[in-house]
Structure formats: structure tokens, C-alpha cells
Design a protein around this ligand. Sequence first.
Ligand code: ADP
Length: 307
Amino acid sequence: EVLVIGSVNADLVVRVPHHPRPGETVLGADLVVHPGGKGANQAVAAARLGARVAFAGRVGSDAYGPMLLDSLRGAGVDTALVGVSDGASGVAMITVDDAGENAIAVSPGANATVLPAAMAQVEAVLATVPVVVTQLEIPDEAVDWLLRLGRAHGTRVVVNPSPGPWRTSDDNVAACDPLVVNRIEAAEILGMPSFGGTPDEALAALRTWRDRPLRPKSVVVTLGGDGAVLFDGDGEPVHVPAAKVAPVDTTGAGDAFTGALAWRLARGDGLADAVRLAVRVGAAATTRAGAQSSYPTLAELAERAPE
Ligand code: ADP
């Protein structure tokens, strides 16, 4: 019911007392390797909640390729549309210092080969699902192509343009339904220094966005501990607050949010209802370490983040 197209990375994480400066060597703790990548994270988040999810992307012919495929399959994601490219898989080299701050260098590897020509089988699957979701750790032209396919087949396209900036046409932006961004990305797109401090200010900023002649069909802006705000078409913007939690690790919370949102939209929820569920899933994902390892099942969600 949901097709996710995007990146899949091996996250190589080393905890260090402080981040190395240029030319410096720092001794850290043992290397930990996690499955990651925004696309794979979103697919796993939806699958964990019980969605039927197909993931389309590419891994490398290195040792990480099979590991990344196994982790997707282990979460119940259909990987028939995952191809193998000669060469390296996508890798994120992450150091985390004693303050919990991270520094990340990403090597796209096989994710750079997620191009329309390499994804011939995607169209047939896209034509059969209500919702497809994508992000920007794959080439921009793949995202533009998906929006075209979405229009051709009447499939709703959820776009999480992260990491930005997204260089695309106004027509493509207008086709996003919804565009899912965090505060920083929203400010960038709107050319504003910041996007709303308080939820009320976020609603006001969203109103100016909604009233622009060229704007996405719908927009969701995530606000971290403040939940999210949204507008749907010409409708009045709505704020969905998050429950108070004690965050342990916010890595991948935004991806959990987007995966959950896509699944609820595929099930026929209205946008505000889908965001309500997604905010709970995002909050639950902050209460455990890691990205995919922190994603809740529906049963855990009922326990950890009751309505
Ligand atoms: P990103 O991590 O992509 O920058 P946000 O920080 O806006 O995005 O977080 C995305 C979602 O994760 C939020 O909408 C919310 O559901 C959840 N979340 C993040 N931080 C917190 C927090 N401190 N408390 C509760 N929920 C949170």
C-alpha cells in the first residue's frame, strides 16, 4: 500500500570525547554499524506499524549491501525493487561526542545510481499503490520523475525534501501532497530567517505559505517537541501538539514521522488525522536510541504514546 523510494545507508558510528579537528586523530569507542538512510528508515517505520511497504533503491556490491537488504527484509519490507550497483553502498560516517552532538559525512555510493533508467520496474508498482514517498538522498531527477509518474497514474506523492536544497520546478513543488519539512527546511524554502518560534507563529507563517499562488497541494512542518503544523489545500492551518516525552535520541524521528504519515494517508486518513498519528510515532521514536531500532509497533505505540 506504500511505495518508498530513496536512500539506504550503512551508518558507521564512533563515539569520541570530542570531534577531530582537521589533521587531528581522536581515539573513540568501538565502531557500531546501524542500517540507515532516510528512505530505508521511512520504509521500516511504516512496516513496523503494520503497513505493506515496498522499498525501491540501490545498494552496493560491497559487504554492506547484503546487510542492508537483510535489515529491510527483517522489518518486513518488500525489497523486490532494490537493485545492486557495482561498487560501494551508501555510507554515513558519524562521530558522536560526549555532548551528544554528531558530525556526519555521507558518501552516497549506490544511492547516486537511483536514476529513472535504473528503476524501470518502479512504474508498474507505483501505478498500483495509493501513496509513494521520497526524499533527497537520491538524485533530484529521480524525485522529479516520480512526481511525473504520480501525476500520470493518480498516485499521491509525499515529498520530504531533505537534505535540501531541492532544485526543481514550481510545477513539481505544486504537486507535492504533502511536502513534509522541518522548521529549518521550511524557512529555507520560504526564504525566511526562521520558521515560527511558537506554534502560533508557525501557524501564521503557514498561512502566508498557503496564500501564495504557487504552493504545494498540502504542507506539513514538523516542530520537534511542539509536534507539527499543516495545511491541506485552501483549508485553515492546524497545529497538532506532541505529548511531553523525555527524548533519549532524536535520530531518525523525522523519518519515523514521514513513514507513519504516508501509511495513514494510504489507509485513507485525512491529512490532520494522519499527522496526529505521525506525531505520536515521531515522539515515541525519540524515547529509544538509534533510528530504525527506535521505531514502535502499533502495540508499543499504544503503550508508549497513548492518544
Ligand atoms: P527532524 O528531526 O527531521 O529535524 P523534528 O525535530 O521536527 O524533525 O521532529 C520530527 C518529529 O519527531 C516531530 O514532529 C515529533 O513528532 C517528533 N519529535 C522530535 N523531537 C521531539 C521531542 N523533543 N518531543 C516529542 N516529539 C519529538
